[in-house]
Design a protein around this ligand. Structure first.
Ligand SMILES: NC(=O)c1ccc[n+]([C@@H]2O[C@H](COP(=O)([O-])OP(=O)(O)OC[C@H]3O[C@@H](n4cnc5c(N)ncnc54)[C@H](O)[C@@H]3O)[C@@H](O)[C@H]2O)c1
Length: 238
């Protein structure tokens, strides 16, 4: 691989929101981009690979497809689902689903991609959340999964640094994507309007856009000396 070869970039959750915007940015930079998702609405020019990230066998099969160039330069774990509700309402099925997508998924994606990351000293960017770093009520399963993902990022950065493989995370605040409408509906209807107001606390200038989070992901993917970095892009929420 020459210095000028396009990077091979694998992005989960590329069919919507932050993952979609991130895939567009890498594509526009001239990279070869694979978009893993359960939906096929990935940006034009991005190769869609069907994958439920909560299913280890599906993850292994999808990474095999993405490894056709003999390397993976960037793995961006963006796919995620939210959970909002009082503790009494969280079922075992909901707890398991949130952890499968938000925590187990990134772990098994990194594990499957590792030989191909090693081939080119690639790097990983995980999308965690402000909810994984500071307290937020009514989101127990989500906060636990995202807190786990933030900590997984730091532990793995240390473990893989001798091999030159970097692992970083971006922790968004409230970003204008379909996931958010779902959360606010629940908060304002059933739970606590004060929490909804706090989630909207951000710098003047309106909501954070998916592209602004994508730019942070692209930055960390290319930041030669950044590893174990947990980058908050949350308008000051944390
Ligand atoms: N939007 C926010 O305010 C916000 C804040 C903090 C963190 N995040 C995190 O950002 C990430 C992206 O969220 P978003 O706001 O763009 O949401 P989104 O709903 O717009 O996009 C999520 C994408 O993940 C995909 N997905 C869901 N389950 C999947 C599965 N099992 N396998 C594969 N793909 C799956 C969906 O199909 C969708 O394309 C998530 O990890 C989320 O937790 C979002």
């Amino acid at each position: 691989m020459s210095e000028n070869s396009p990077r091979v970039v694998v992005i989960t959750g590329a069919a919507s929101g932050i993952g979609f915007a991130t895939a567009e940015l890498f594509r526009d930079a001239g990279d070869i981009v694979f978009g893993l998702d359960i939906n096929d609405t990935v940006p034009e020019g991005v190769t869609y690979v069907e994958c439920n990230v909560g299913d280890k066998a599906a993850v292994d099969a999808a990474i095999e497809v993405c490894a056709q160039h003999g390397r993976i330069d960037v793995l961006a774990n963006v796919a995620g689902i939210v959970q909002f509700g009082r503790i009494e309402t969280v079922t075992e099925e909901e707890w398991d689903r949130v952890h499968a997508v938000d925590l187990k998924g990134p772990f098994f994606l990194i594990q499957a991609a590792l030989p191909h990351l090693r081939a080119c000293r690639g790097n990983v960017v995980n999308v965690s959340s402000v909810a994984g770093n500071v307290a937020q009520p009514y989101a127990t399963a989500y906060a636990a999964a995202k807190g786990g993902l933030t900590q997984l990022t730091k532990a793995l950065a240390l473990e893989l640094s001798p091999e030159g493989i970097r692992v970083n995370a971006v922790c968004p605040g409230t970003v204008d994507t379909p996931i958010v409408a779902q959360v606010f509906h629940k908060l304002t209807d059933d739970l606590d309007k004060r929490v909804a107001d706090r989630l909207m606390m951000m710098l003047p200038g309106g909501a954070i856009s998916p592209k602004e989070i994508g730019e942070a992901i692209v930055y960390l993917a290319g930041a030669r000396m950044a590893t174990g970095t947990v980058l908050a892009v949350d308008g000051g929420m944390s």
